[in-house]
Design a protein around this ligand. Sequence first.
Ligand SMILES: *[C@@H]1O[C@H](CO)[C@@H](O)[C@H](O)[C@H]1NC(C)=O
Ligand SMILES: *[C@@H]1O[C@H](CO)[C@@H](O)[C@H](O)[C@H]1NC(C)=O
Ligand SMILES: *[C@@H]1O[C@H](CO)[C@@H](O)[C@H](O)[C@H]1NC(C)=O
Ligand SMILES: *[C@@H]1O[C@H](CO)[C@@H](O)[C@H](O)[C@H]1NC(C)=O
Ligand SMILES: [Zn+2]
Length: 655
Amino acid sequence: MWLIACLFIVPICAAPTTQNVEADPNSRLMNNILSYVAEDSSACGTYFQYACGKYAVRHRDDPFTEIIQMLDHKVNGNLVQLMHELHQRSQSPGFNESSVEAKVLHFYRTCREAPPSTRKMEHYLRLAPPGQALTWPQFMPRGEPWPKAQFKWMKSLGHLYRYGFTNVLVNVLVLRSSENSNRFRLDISMPSLEGDAQHLGGFLSTLATLQIIGVPTKSILPLVRKIRRLESAIRVLTEVDDDDESETWTLRQWEYKTGYAWQGFVESIVGHSVSHHYVMQAQNAKYFTGLKRLMDSTDAEVVANYIMTRFVLYLIDDFIDSNEHIDCVTDMRRNMNLASNLLYKERFLDPATLQQYTQEVTKVFEQLRRQFLLQINENRLGLTSEQNSMVATKAQHVVLNIGNLPRGRDHRSFVSRHYEDLVFPLPDFDYAREHLNLLEFRTRKQVLQLNQSAPTPDEFFYLSDPKTAMSSGPYYLMRLNIIVVPHGLLQEPFFAADSHDIFKYSLLGFVLAHELMHSVDTVGLYYDRYGNIHEIGPQISSSPRFVAGLQCLNRNSTQYLDERIADIAGLDLAYSTYFQNSSQMSLTDFTTIPPQQIFFLNLAQFFCGDGDPINFVGHDNDETRLQQMLNGFAPFHEAFGCPAKSNQPEKCQLW
Ligand SMILES: *[C@@H]1O[C@H](CO)[C@@H](O)[C@H](O)[C@H]1NC(C)=O
Ligand SMILES: *[C@@H]1O[C@H](CO)[C@@H](O)[C@H](O)[C@H]1NC(C)=O
Ligand SMILES: *[C@@H]1O[C@H](CO)[C@@H](O)[C@H](O)[C@H]1NC(C)=O
Ligand SMILES: *[C@@H]1O[C@H](CO)[C@@H](O)[C@H](O)[C@H]1NC(C)=O
Ligand SMILES: [Zn+2]
């Protein structure tokens, strides 16, 4: 009866079957991969077109252009839901007003509900003047001259540093000391004017900036000319100085070297008095002596206006002018990263799930590491045993941090303590006030590191810069030898814990292998397992086979050679880890597509997208990256039966 009924009422019978298919993670992932494939293209021709050809059509109406953004979008959606729940809870009498939840909610609600006038740059500038008892020039009461003599450019920069504002005239960083990665040092260097937010915009956009912050119309035009001229002069000074290494100095030595007083400036950065023996790192003395002359010969009001305009550009770059749910959650993630990591974990990853994910990711990473150690042992580069053992030791000590939370601490109490001195004393919603408050908080945390020795791996979490904090992409920390895997990465279609290993190794595995390879790329090699400079690295990078390998990788030249190393060596590692180790692992029972093809199709998921190729930062565009990785990679050509071409480039050999 049941069988017969099925013959006639197909849709009803078919429904459960379809659901069964969807419930199986392997079929789900497989269907997703296949939905991007453009069958009318040739895998041997442009593989990107073949594997990703239908991406744009499938995601035409989506607010993301590739897989990591898709994962972020899911994270943000979840956090919006969490904010609603917190809002509900905050209405009940038991809600703890000093909890991390309350702080996160206050900032989120500020973003959502603050009056638009509190987002205006003019409002910011009134809250953040260039010094105590000094306003920005345009805010003087009508007719009163601005008290130029009270303005001291170094004092103002020291004052505004509290908001993390730097890289204008002077660049100040809190860095791990170049000799000892366990210690932090104040590092002073000339500014870099590269990067969109690191210099004035064009003539018209600078004019518009001055207009929105209330500079009187009649003074705008001459002012734009003057501050642009000042920036050109600064640029010339930076181009003349070619010192590119920080050295250790005492304050007294540095003052002697540059010919002017730095003590007050340093004191306002670190927040306490310092002696002449204070030790710091600095470079570009030539630039700084030139800068002093330039500042002495420039009108103080022009300097103040230049600093102010750059301050506004800095704030605009750190700010989303929107009160939409999703945008406010993004804003919350970048301003309160540690809190959002904790709340996301507690709400969306129950302990058993998180434990399973951690085990899976760790297992994949350990297999990659083991395979890499075997590779090092083969010594394809013909290194000496000392060189080889340095690389092996470094690889053995790479630490994986999942979720950017300290591994060995109770997360809730750790995070509560972190935010202890973040308070929002006023109950009303003022966006600029709280944004500045959080910038101060973030900078204080950075500066505090100067007083502490570096945390152990168990206490470690990365005090993210805002851009990193908003992304679910993994990253390698060079001076720490740590790979951070944000929780957001551990979601479908990127990762499914109960899926077949082939999916894990070809996508997550490739990405982890890519990050692992950054530990031995041309920059990574300079640092040992502790993140300290050592002399063996340069020996390796100037050894004949390494040099030949680099030249080969750069045949089609790229600005991002280290990324290409990580891509190509990472693919080699992920592929060999999966296929060389056990043959039964490569059997799949959910599809007739050969495992080798599945591997390359799933690998492509990291690169599929429909973003504008000009929007790639720090990497070649995704199509180029994928093509470069597969060029000359024999297993790929075998997997798709590509005819051997006489002009087929040879595979480049590095590790
Ligand atoms: C409220 O939260 C703070 C910070 O996490 C904590 O120290 C305090 O004990 C909590 N108070 C109550 C009543 O739970
Ligand atoms: C290969 O698999 C075996 C058993 O599954 C494991 O012990 C071994 O470490 C693996 N080798 C590599 C290089 O991953
Ligand atoms: C940091 O150390 C200095 C002395 O080395 C001290 O004066 C200052 O108060 C300390 N700051 C903090 C926040 O502990
Ligand atoms: C360099 O790029 C061109 C065009 O994209 C391609 O035809 C050629 O095969 C590439 N060569 C190598 C060595 O990758
Ligand atoms: Zn990379």
